[in-house]
Design a protein around this ligand. Structure first.
Ligand code: SAH
Length: 254
């Protein structure tokens, strides 16, 4: 049998957010390649080979998946959330493009998953109900100046903005700079939502305003949403202490 690579997202949290298509691909896999903590949560059969890695080198993992497939394996290359959102699918295609001879012959499929932004939005209500954009705040692979430029233009365009990778221990100052920039461009009452570890046991949601937000609250497991000028909050009645619903209306005034 000829080899294949499926790049599949496990969603941001519970197994219920793994699609049946991804579950079927995992059940059919001979080999599963992925970051250690992702492969660790899978219930695989003993004969399925697991290639967990702790290293952050996505291209190396993609190359490994392609090499296994070239040797005839049915490989699932796993990723958190959706594999196409700041994740493994692009790394796989970079590897394919770099390495055409061996790699282009095997079947490649990308299986969609629930991305963190959608899970966070669902928990909060409907903050992505009008035009929005997603920005990866990590400058591992792009200059910080470009990130600031995109953030400023998105803020000026009044998009709802989803911020992935808002902070890490290695770069605590960048989220502060991002907020300083947002405060220059957007009104102080703009809603800001911190969605931490969505779908996990320690999930925490926090809704505040741009004036009051404490950017240092964001960590690597936080998805940040910055509301548009029309994004609004509705208090939830009857559930003491619950975060309000947040939604962005479908309309925009002319
Ligand atoms: N491919 C992933 C994103 C990878 S980037 C996806 O589609 O979701 C990693 C970033 O995603 C994290 O820094 C965080 O901003 C966000 N993220 C991933 N899982 C999350 C979760 N359960 N809760 C909140 N944010 C999450």
């Amino acid at each position: 049998m000829s080899g294949s690579v499926c790049v599949a997202g496990l969603g941001p949290g519970p197994d219920a957010w793994i699609t049946p298509e991804v579950q079927a691909a995992l059940a059919a896999a001979s080999d599963v390649v992925g970051y250690h903590s992702y492969v660790a949560r899978l219930a695989l059969r003993p004969e399925q080979r697991v290639h967990g890695s702790d290293n952050g080198d996505e291209l190396a993992r993609a190359d490994q998946a392609l090499a296994l497939a070239a040797a005839g394996a049915q490989v699932v290359l796993i990723s958190g959330g959706d594999p196409g959102v700041f994740a493994m699918a692009s790394a796989l295609f970079e590897a394919i493009e770099r390495n055409p001879a061996s790699a282009r012959s095997c079947e490649v499929r990308v299986l969609p998953g629930v991305t963190a932004m959608l899970a966070a939005a669902a928990r909060l209500g409907a903050p992505l109900g009008n035009d929005f954009c997603a920005i990866n705040l990590s400058d591992n692979l792009k200059p910080w100046a470009r990130i600031e430029q995109r953030l400023r233009l998105a803020a000026q365009a009044d998009f709802v903005i989803a911020l992935y990778n808002p902070a890490s221990r290695a770069r605590p100052q960048q989220i502060q700079r991002a907020f300083a920039l947002l405060r220059e461009e957007r009104a102080p009452e703009t809603l800001v939502m911190f969605a931490q570890a969505v779908g996990r046991p320690d999930e925490a949601l926090h809704v505040t305003t741009l004036a009051e937000a404490r950017p240092e609250q964001a960590d690597m497991r936080t998805l940040l949403l910055i509301g548009a000028s029309t994004t609004r909050a509705i208090a939830r009645t009857g559930t003491a202490g619950a975060t309000p619903w947040v939604y962005t209306p479908r309309w925009l005034a002319p």
